[in-house]
Structure formats: C-alpha cells, structure tokens
Design a protein around this ligand. Sequence first.
Ligand SMILES: Cc1ncc(COP(=O)(O)O)c(C=O)c1O
Length: 394
Amino acid sequence: MGSQGMLARRALLTNTPVMVQIQELIRGVKDCISLAQGVVYWQPPKQALEKVQQLVWDPSVSRYGADEGLPELREALTRKIREENKLYKSSVMVTAGANQAFVNVVLALCDAGDSVIMFAPYYFNAYMSFQMTGVTDILVGPGDPKTLHPDADWLEKTLQETKPPPKLVTIVNPGNPSGTYIPESLLKRISDICKNAGCWLVMDNTYEYFMYDGLKHVCLEDNHIINIFSFSKAYGMMGWRVGYIAYPSEVKGLSEQLLKIQDNIPICASIISQRLALFSLEVGPEWVTDQVKDLVKNRGIVLEALTPLGEDAVRGGEGAIYLWAKLPDKHSDDFEVVRWLARRHGIVVIPGCSSGCEGYLRISYGGLREEDCRVASARLRKGLEELVKDGMVQ
Ligand SMILES: Cc1ncc(COP(=O)(O)O)c(C=O)c1O
C-alpha cells in the first residue's frame, strides 16, 4: 500500500487550506505586505488583558472547565445575545473559536452523505468542514451578480427538487470573502424557505459588529436556526480561540449531541481565554464599535487601489473586513495573479478560487493600521495597473 493509501479519504479529499498556501508564499517573498488573512490589527481591551494577567497563578485556569463553557461567561453571553441579538430562546455553548463551533454544528446535524447548501463566494473553512466530515454533496448556489445576495429563488427550487432534501443551509452575514451584507428581509425569506423544507439554517455572525454606512446587523431565531459568533475579530482575540454557538433550547437532544462532540474535541475552550472573553465583554460592545469605525478609512484606501480593475469590478464591502474584486477576463487564473502580485509587487491577497469563484480576489483590510494600509494599497494599485496594462510581466 502506498503512503496515500494509509490516509483517510475524508482528509485527502478536503481542500488544502488557502491560508497555509498563502503563508508559504509570504515566507518565500522578502518584505511582503499582507492584505490576505482575515485579521484585525488591534489587541484585546487593555483593561481585560491586565485583569487576565493576574489569573495565571489561579489553579482553576490550569484545570478543565465545564464542556459548555464557564458558567459566568455563558450567563454574560446569554444576556448579550438577548440584548444585542434579540435571541431569547437560545442556549450558549462556548467553543475554541467560530471554526470549531461550525465543526461541532456540522457533526451534530449532518451525516456523511447528506447534502448541504452554501452560496458563492463561500467561506472556505466552512466548505472544508463539510468535506472532512463526509458531507461531500455540497450544492453551491449563486449570488446576485451585482449585490452577491444569496439567490432565494434558486434556494427554494433546489430545496423542493433535491431528494432527499439538503439537510442544512449556511450563510455568513456580513460575508467572508465578500463583505456582503444580507438585508433582514432576505434573511427572513431564506429562513422561511429553510423552515418549510425542514432544513437547518446555520448563520455565521463572526462580523456582527463590522457594519458600515449606518447598516445594522440582525440575527434571526427559530427552532431550525443556529447562530455562530466569534471573539476573534471583534475583541482582537484571534490567538485566544474563543467563539460560541447560540442554538435553539427547545430542540430536544441538540444540546446533548453538541456536548458529545465538544467533549471529544477541545473538552472545553481554554479557561484563561474564556476569562479574557468575559473581561472583554465587560468592557462592552462600544469598545468594539470604536475600533471598527476607523476601518472605514482602510476600506476607502483599498477601494481606491482597486480602481485599475475598472468601475464595475468591486463587489460587497458593506460589512466585515473584505472587498471582492473581479480580475480582467483574460486573468481568470487568480492564484497565478496572487503569486505574481506577491513576487513582483510584494503584496499578498487571497485568490477567489478558494471560495469557489475563479477570476476574483479577496482583499482584507482589517489587519493593518491606516499608514501601513496606505503602503500596502499603493503596492496593490501599482501591481493592478501593470496587470491591466502589460499583463504579468516578469
Ligand atoms: C466567517 C468566519 N467564520 C469563522 C471564522 C473563524 O473564526 P474563529 O477565529 O473564531 O475560529 C472566520 C475567520 O476568518 C470567519 O471569517
């Protein structure tokens, strides 16, 4: 048996993580600037970090905690989802980030062989979570060409016509990779379609606070809806790994199944990280919106850098930390363009093929302060000007 024969097909047939490929690319280029990874430049609130610093000697942070999360944190989150997200009938499970939350949910709701639905351009890690859990029948629905809003008519038709009907629909709002904001009326329509078809709707609200131009994020609640949240971007806690699931309390057996999965993956999210999450929550959402409001400048700077691609090339960007841009038709090999931009112009972005759309780029503008974002954007602009005018000259 060759060495590949010793490995699980579920892993072999899962896409290679784009961020790992991008990190490798960055390592190979001297003085490269990244507009690639979905990160923010800030650290957690200072007051929260100071408090958590004193906790390292407390024996409780070195022990296991309750699988579903520290009771104090769950209480605070239950209040938060009531007050901010209007979720009144949901229970909370704390996880090691939103990605782990998503895997828990897929394992609890889907069997290998089930079909599921996402919309293009999709969040690559969610796609991989399906692949590696044996949920390989992933139907990718279209977005509106202008707004990138999920096509609800397609969803309705597909749920009616696919037998057996897909088990789960997932959306990210506002979106990764596009930053697209899905209006409440469309969310409600998608939710009703899922409910009528007896299908789960999993909504990823990682960027709930990352809304611009007066738009307001909303969540929906029902017995077929699961909401996922993250501390990573909002509170600058990417490396601390804390997220949570808000799931319908009334659905019999759901919390027990989620607990089985949780007990076998992290057992519990890191205790000191949960403490930091609690201290951060106490600082409050105003702290987060205060950080986020300055990102509008970065968005404007990057938007300007994308102008060589033409007036109509950019989509999304109403929320989150991303812009989504179409490359000229003759450059549909987006990964080739990404490599060229890195090597020739010292700037890295994400290829659209990782989200199911060749010929596009995802540009992330949350990871750099304004001054650095200007430097990165100048490189991007120069690269795109050259691409459009002369092609990928070496
Ligand atoms: C939509 C979405 N969900 C989940 C995650 C992962 O978040 P976490 O760090 O909480 O696992 C990200 C991170 O980029 C994301 O963009």
